[in-house]
Design a protein around this ligand. Structure first.
Ligand code: SF4
Length: 218
């Protein structure tokens, strides 16, 4: 069995792959990458395939508006560049107000959309084996988040680009897995940090030191 490498890009202090103004470390993934793979992947980004269109549209939005547009606006700019006629929105129930505002903004930019709420299907959590005690409100009817159904209903609508608004960790994984259209995220849910998960990392040197303590079983 090949030895598992102990270093990867997170241990690299040079990041030379970006501008080639340093040098590559011994364990570099760029240097170690099989040239054939690099070539094959680069080829995917050329030409007229959907992957190529997406790659170039994303780079164009980045290059044109770097540091100037909000993510809401970037999604609109990206949607225009990939020729998306209609957007799908997979929203969390807890962010339905934000979704309604996003829908209004899309409309103002001439982009129709179709929204599916996470609780669609209204299947009680116990129906999939989740014990009553793990409900947020035990003893009440509590629908599961249903990301596969969200994806299937958006697939049926043949949306061109699907946008995640605050789906839970894991539910987002299933939505992405089942979505026919490419997926991007407007809001990444963090119930504690006002949907800014990076705040835990920014404050981990003091307020959120617990994140770094070994043995905290989650
Ligand atoms: S690809 Fe190489 S240079 Fe780039 S971050 Fe990874 S290890 Fe560093």
């Amino acid at each position: 069995m090949p030895k598992k490498p102990s270093h990867s890009c997170s241990e690299c202090g040079l990041l030379n792959c970006y501008r080639r103004d340093q040098h590559f470390p011994d364990f570099c993934l760029t240097e170690g990458a099989d040239c054939e793979v690099v070539g094959k992947v680069t080829k995917i980004y050329r030409g007229k395939s959907q992957d190529a269109v997406i790659a170039r549209a994303a780079a164009e939005v980045e290059g044109t508006y770097y540091g100037k547009l909000t993510r809401v606006e970037e999604i609109i700019a990206f949607a225009h560049r990939i020729g998306a006629q209609r957007l799908g929105i997979a929203t969390c129930i807890g962010l339905i107000q934000e979704t309604r505002i996003f829908v209004k903004i899309l409309k103002a930019h001439g982009i129709p959309s179709y929204t599916v709420l996470c609780k669609v299907g209204s299947v009680d959590k116990t129906a999939i084996g989740i014990p009553e005690k793990l409900k947020v409100k035990p003893g009440s009817y509590e629908a599961i988040c249903n990301p596969i159904l969200q994806a299937k209903l958006l697939n049926r609508q043949k949306t061109d680009l699907n946008v995640i608004v605050g789906l839970c960790v894991g539910h987002d994984s299933l939505f992405i897995k089942y979505s026919d259209a490419p997926v991007t995220t407007l809001i990444t849910k963090d119930r504690v940090l006002g949907h800014n998960p990076a705040a835990a990392l920014y404050t981990s040197n003091f307020y959120y030191q617990r994140l770094l303590s070994p043995g905290q079983k989650l």
